[in-house]
Design a protein around this ligand. Structure first.
Ligand code: ADP
Length: 225
């Protein structure tokens, strides 16, 4: 499903963020990316939805290189990939409904589909009663549910997350993790950057550990110390 081969990424200013990354993730896997701040986790996630491009190396999703894409194929890639961030990234001047609907509009869904799909997803994620609220009127956990709804609104085969529980308390984090698990159980491939030891050590999943831009470990049920 996802393959990276000899990927290097340097930012302007010469910061080497990723060095010779080669990895394979199967369809339906749930993978944690761990490592201290600055290890390269966010950069790896950003490469997978083309927020940044590598200096060299190859990245394939479902057998297709995502390095050189025209706009039409980039829209298709984004359709297939939902992304959840630590800081939610909701639009403050839009309601919950509008925030989630906007994601479908960007993906060029027609309005008659948008108005059917959004309420269904809000209901499934137990935030239907907040449809007309603005983000500032919600708790952190509720905001992250909205962000999650936006990410999974079209049932993408890949869900990426960058420290999604970073701003949540343990109980709220667990509820969010259950949602990721649910969508993974239904077949989505999940790649989550986190340094939350409690979450990683609580499950028995594949853990890819990064340090200074390199992979230093890749184990099932790997422990974060
Ligand atoms: P992590 O998510 O593990 O904290 P990042 O991928 O954010 O790591 O960062 C990896 C390295 O790249 C760090 O040294 C960081 O300072 C650097 N870096 C990240 N983003 C940028 C940027 N936009 N410009 C310059 N350097 C960056």
């Amino acid at each position: 499903m996802i393959d990276m081969a000899n990927v290097f990424k340097t930012y302007d200013g010469g910061n080497l963020a990723l060095k010779d990354i080669t990895l394979h993730v199967d369809n339906g896997e749930f993978v944690y990316l761990t490592g201290q701040s600055g290890a390269g986790k966010s950069t790896l996630i950003k490469l997978l939805f083309r927020e940044v491009l590598p200096d060299s190396g190859q990245i394939f999703i479902a057998g297709r290189s995502i390095i050189r894409l025209n706009n039409r194929v980039t829209v298709k890639l984004r359709r297939n990939t939902g992304v959840v961030f630590q800081d939610f990234r909701l639009m403050e001047n839009k309601t919950v409904f509008e925030n989630v609907a906007f994601a479908l509009k960007v993906l060029e869904y027609p309005w008659n589909e948008v108005k059917e799909i959004v309420p269904q997803v809000l209901k499934r994620l137990k935030i239907a009663d907040k449809a007309n609220a603005f983000p500032r009127q919600l708790s952190g956990g509720e905001q992250q549910r909205v962000a999650f709804a936006r990410a999974v609104i079209n049932n993408p085969p890949i869900i990426l997350a960058d420290e999604p529980t970073g701003n949540l308390d343990p109980d709220t984090s667990d509820e969010l993790m259950n949602l990721f698990q649910e969508f993974n159980d239904e077949g989505a491939t999940v790649i989550m950057a986190t340094h939350d030891k409690r979450i990683v050590n609580d499950t028995h999943k594949r853990v890819i550990a990064l340090r200074k831009g390199e992979i230093i470990g890749d184990h099932i049920g790997g422990w974060l110390l």
